[in-house]
Design a protein around this ligand. Structure first.
Ligand code: PLP
Length: 390
């Protein structure tokens, strides 16, 4: 049987390569940052990390991690409820709650796990979950694990959301769930309109703010802050693995009773290891940095604006917006992937996305700016895009 399995799996991989959906892994031989090195030692300008605030290799964050590593050891070797809770885990949960304006917070090994555990623990067959069609895979999987009735609305389509709310009117609880920012487009969910509909149809609101927390909205508190609906969002999930240092870990910040039940029932919390102490210590330092000053957020906004303006001027088609995710549109999948390859050869790393990750005919290169990019980096990135056309 092993022989058959291996032959069949190898065939699948071959087919992925032939149809252009195989994802090769580039290997870095340096810390994550705006300038990385490949295995040959070549320096590369990185435009594809979720390192929005440049904190992944920030000396303050690294030193907080190493100090915690020495003080609190390498690992917890336990889930939280047995012997995996240190004072710093509770401290980080409290800091996240007060910063995000929620009553309580529960840490998870990742945001994928937070979304994987949240639905099943809170909702059952009497309830309805109404989800944006472009929500993150972890939300889709989390909803599948729960017995609630499932409804889907087209991306950011408020008329469809309203129709689904009407269809779900018999449910005990209705939950609207959306990404705060959609990762392929850099578009914001219209949380003001979503919350108004939630008020009208008596629904709960859940936002996954992974591509926003730390740098969107006042104080970097995320999409709810940007839309002025922090008090109306009932469940807020997010990752520590993007702007907030980029290591790992996720959280659910929510109403007190919601967090209390999640601590008793969320399976990835009950059955998976605690976040490593060094990551917790570093995350506390990240919150200090964000609360001391708006400098990094402001720099990121400037960098995104500079890149967007320069690329538009150079004649590239971008999806409109302000977010640090900047999709450079090619339409044709081959044109996008060949451009990404030429950029790589020129020492600039950006990734092309095509179907099925984005719709047919909307292939693109997704650029992600960081606060740590310099003006020279951004100008070099634009010049490199221009050079790929020659
Ligand atoms: C990245 C991301 C996740 C996963 O976060 P991890 O902590 O890496 O598991 C979940 N949801 C959204 C919207 C994301 O962008």
């Amino acid at each position: 049987m092993l022989h058959d399995v291996r032959t069949e799996l190898a065939g699948r991989i071959t087919e992925m390569r032939e149809t252009g959906v195989f994802k090769p892994e580039r290997v870095l031989a340096s810390p994550q940052g705006t300038h990385v090195r490949d295995e040959s030692g070549r320096e590369i300008l990185n435009l594809c990390a979720n390192n929005y605030l440049g904190l992944a290799d920030d000396p303050r964050v690294v030193s907080a991690a190493s100090k915690t590593l020495v003080d609190r050891g390498f690992g917890m070797a336990s889930v939280r409820f047995i012997c995996g809770t240190q004072d710093i885990h509770r401290e980080l949960e409290e800091r996240l709650s007060s910063w995000l304006g929620q009553e309580d917070t529960i840490l998870f090994p990742s945001c994928f796990d937070a979304n994987g555990g949240v639905f099943e623990a809170l909702f059952d067959a009497r309830d309805a979950v109404i989800s944006d069609a472009l929500n993150h895979a972890s939300i889709i999987d989390g909803i599948r694990l729960c017995k609630a009735a499932r409804f889907r609305y087209a991306n950011r389509d408020m008329a469809e959301l309203e129709a689904r709310l009407q269809e779900a009117s018999d449910a005990r609880y209705r939950l609207i769930v959306t990404d705060g920012v959609f990762s392929m487009d850099g578009y914001y969910a219209p949380l003001d309109e979503i919350c108004a509909l939630a008020d009208r149809y008596d629904a709960l609101v859940m936002v996954d703010d992974s591509h926003a927390v730390g740098f969107v909205g006042e104080g970097g508190r995320g999409t709810p802050a940007r839309f002025g609906v922090e008090d109306r969002v009932d469940i807020l999930t997010g990752t520590l693995g993007k702007a907030l240092g980029g290591a790992s870990g996720g959280y659910v910040a929510a109403r007190r009773e919601i967090v209390a039940v999640l601590k008793q029932r969320a399976r990835p919390y009950l059955f998976s290891n605690s976040v490593a102490p060094a990551v917790v210590g570093a995350s506390l330092a990240v919150l200090d940095i964000l609360q001391e000053s708006d400098e990094l957020r402001t720099q990121l906004e400037r960098n995104a604006a500079r890149f967007r303006a320069g690329m538009s001027e150079a004649g590239f088609e971008l999806l409109p917006g302000e977010h640090a995710i900047v999709p450079v549109m090619f339409g044709d999948a081959v044109a996008a992937s060949q451009t990404a390859q030429r950029l790589w050869e020129a020492g600039v790393y950006a990734v092309a996305f095509s179907f099925p990750v984005v719709p047919h005919g909307q292939a693109r290169i997704r650029v992600q700016l960081s606060a740590a990019h310099t003006d020279d980096d951004i100008d070099r990135a634009i010049e490199s895009f221009v050079a790929t056309r020659d």
